[in-house]
Design a protein around this ligand. Structure first.
Ligand code: NIG
Ligand code: FE
Length: 411
């Protein structure tokens, strides 16, 4: 099966060499080709170029993209899309004056989602998550990381991870599973957090490793959740079971979690709404990707990650959705890219780099995803007819996507 996309008004994120990360000033450059074509064979991009250089190319299907843009699908490196029910009541409670912290302190928040999830069957959980996954693919997501973390006990965590494994098998997009081993302190361990960490280290992590259900290990490193010592114990146990750290850090407080993550060679540090100079220093000379989640900041009305500062310091930056029931009930990466431009003052070029190549890097897949490059996976967005790619972040409430191609097939 081959597809030839012709007359593309502008082909975005074209790379002649297999770039796997873009940092600092380089993020301002988004290479494009005007009046272009792309040739896909099976699931792979085999050729692209100017229409003027296209002669008598045959293909099973020709898509005429006159007036349209083509770009790589979004790489969403941070989601919690496997969850049960929703938290609409807490949403209204926040409108009426309670804070995210107030809600957590009275036993709501993550504990609320955990209780619902524990009482939901694996099949029901799978059905709920697959609907969300279908919806985000239609919105242009072509690779996704999915976390556990609403189980809060061994069986429920295994249930979540088995659902992620089924999604990975049943859907054409790339799915990367993460064990979010320490997300909140369960009710039964309220006054005995260290016993919960013992459970995570001695039972949960080995059980997950035994079934080979997770590539990454995550912790919510935050005041009132897990401190540096807890985080250190969990990361070390995960690493001992061949999982790579990828952690929630600096969402509400900055107290050294970034340096700890870097010390453990974390693939990414995510949130960073609160950032200190020492965090930036720690990230320099590291291989760790900082990940901003602006849709979370929008929904909770908390500060936005100082993405400008990170990029201006010469660092890379990735954007992800954080799709979850409590802080970000959307996985729309188009909105994420837009919010990064509007609220974090990223240029459209920086935001698109952050949501494609760098997002792929934050999932360890940027050698195959995140750019239009010969030999990479044919995961592409074809937009509706638009004047310029600036329209993507500018028209923040519109769906400008016409077609999504995953592994060389229309989704
Ligand atoms: O990334 N901060 C921790 N975890 C999620 C939110 C969890 C929830 O409220 O359900 C996040 O924002
Ligand atoms: Fe998250």
């Amino acid at each position: 099966m081959s597809i030839l996309i012709t007359n593309i008004k502008e082909l975005l994120q074209v790379r002649d060499t297999n770039v796997t990360i873009v940092k600092g000033k380089n993020m301002r450059t988004l290479p494009t080709l005007k009046n272009a074509y792309v040739l896909i064979e099976h699931d792979t991009i085999v050729e692209f170029g100017k229409m003027t250089d296209l002669h008598d190319q045959e293909a099973d299907e020709i898509i005429d993209a006159t007036g349209k843009m083509v770009l790589p699908t979004w790489c969403d490196s941070h989601t919690h899309i496997v969850y049960a029910g929703d938290r609409t009541q807490e949403f209204v409670d926040r409108i009426n004056g309670l804070s995210y912290e107030d809600i957590a302190n009275r036993g709501g928040g993550i504990l609320n989602s955990a209780e619902t999830l524990q009482n939901t069957s694996e099949d029901d959980l799978y059905d709920q998550a697959s609907k969300r996954l279908t919806d985000v693919i239609k919105l242009g997501t072509g690779a996704i990381e999915i976390k556990s973390g609403y189980g809060l006990n061994v069986n429920a965590e295994l249930k979540m991870l088995r659902v992620i494994k089924r999604l990975k098998k049943d859907f054409p997009i790339k799915v990367k599973p993460t064990l979010l081993a320490a997300h909140a302190i369960p009710k039964d361990y309220k006054n005995n957090k260290s016993a919960f960490i013992d459970l995570v280290v001695n039972e949960l992590i080995p059980a997950v490793a035994k079934e080979d259900l997770a590539e990454y290990i995550d912790v919510f490193c935050e005041k009132g959740y897990f401190d540096l010592e807890d985080t250190n114990r969990v990361l070390k146990a995960g690493i001992a079971h061949r999982m790579t750290p990828k952690i929630h850090v600096n969402q509400f407080n900055a107290f050294g979690g970034v340096a700890l993550a870097v010390k453990h060679n974390a693939l990414s540090v995510d949130h960073l709404e609160e950032l200190k100079q020492e965090d930036i220093t720690a990230l320099k000379n590291s291989e760790t990707m900082p990940v901003a989640l602006p849709a979370c900041s929008y929904f909770l009305s908390i500060p936005y990650t100082p993405g400008r500062e990170l990029i201006d310091a010469g660092l890379p930056l990735a954007l992800a959705s954080d799709y979850n029931p409590g802080s970000t009930p959307t996985g729309n990466m188009n909105f994420v890219v837009s919010a990064a431009c509007i609220k974090m003052k990223l240029t459209p070029e920086e935001a698109i780099n952050a949501a494609t190549i760098n997002g792929a890097y934050a999932m360890g897949i940027s050698n195959q995803y995140g750019s239009v490059c010969r030999g990479k996976k044919a995961n592409l967005i074809i937009t509706k007819e638009i004047d310029s790619y600036y329209q993507l972040p500018y028209a923040f409430g519109d769906n400008l996507i016409d077609t999504v191609i995953i592994n060389g097939q229309k989704f």
